[in-house]
Design a protein around this ligand. Structure first.
Ligand code: ARG
Length: 249
């Protein structure tokens, strides 16, 4: 028994030394840890499961990335707008929240390579069946700070848009007819429509959007390490496997 304990202890030491070595040169807000901010209302990318764990394509990707670079993953859950702000203000090391790469955001984050492309979709009650052609006559529900929010306000004006902090409240608003449709990422809309009978999803004509992780600006060591790990996970098919697995659920 003593021997086993000694072996285990030695193993633990070797493992922690290995991870220390791997993470050397990478500075994070909490040394040895990678703190990400996220809004877990975004299945299949990030959501809370029945055991209150934050799971999904992106938390799984980050776990694997952290193993590769030798940092411990810490997930800070909050509203999307706050998750963006946290990484911008250096309160998290990165925003990992289905973030679309945009020119404006490139000014505030160092984006990693992208790993998936989505487009905006329009969710409404079956009876309304809102399409791109009738979008201009609607009260559009959005999550605050998202690309859907930005597009809706730019194209139809503030008065046509109601912004909420989480998709849970956006969908409640749709169910209660406080908004007549939702403009949001189609891959996520699909998950909500599957769970809520009586809703339909229509395609939009907005430009495709690429997802990436927004690293706190200037942390080049972290950016490079995450990119290297991410590229490996893309190249060996792990990312696609996670996408297929979570999209099927
Ligand atoms: N892709 C959109 C954006 O970047 C929406 C992201 C919302 N993410 C979330 N976890 N609720 O604005």
């Amino acid at each position: 028994m003593k021997k086993l304990t000694a072996i285990l202890l030695a193993l633990t030491m070797i493992l922690s030394l290995a991870s220390f070595a791997a993470a050397e040169g990478i500075e994070t807000i909490d040394p040895g840890k990678l703190t990400i901010s996220t809004s877990p209302d975004f299945p299949p990318f990030e959501y809370t499961d029945d055991n209150e764990n934050i799971v999904g394509i992106e938390p799984d990707m980050m776990k694997l990335i952290c193993e590769k670079i030798g940092l411990e993953l810490v997930i800070d859950a909050m509203d999307f707008d706050s998750a963006l702000l946290a990484a911008q203000q250096g309160k998290s090391d990165a925003v990992v929240s289905g973030v679309t790469v945009t020119e404006d955001r490139k000014l505030v984050y160092d984006f990693t390579n992208t790993y998936i492309t989505i487009t905006q979709g329009i969710v409404s009650k079956e009876a309304n069946n809102v399409t791109m052609d009738t979008l201009k006559d609607q009260t559009i529900g959005v999550q605050r700070g998202t690309t859907g929010h930005i597009y809706a306000e730019d194209d139809f004006g503030e008065d046509s848009v109601v912004a909420y902090d989480t998709y849970t409240t956006v969908f409640q608003a749709l169910m209660n007819d406080q908004v007549s449709c939702i403009l949001m990422d189609d891959a996520v809309a699909k998950a909500y429509v599957a769970q809520n009978p009586g809703l339909v999803l229509n395609a939009s004509t907005y430009e495709p959007e690429n997802f990436a992780f927004g690293i706190s600006k200037g942390n080049t060591a972290l950016l490079d390490a995450v990119n290297k790990a991410l590229d490996e996970l893309i190249a060996d098919g792990t990312v696609q496997k996670l996408i297929d697995q979570y999209m099927a659920e």
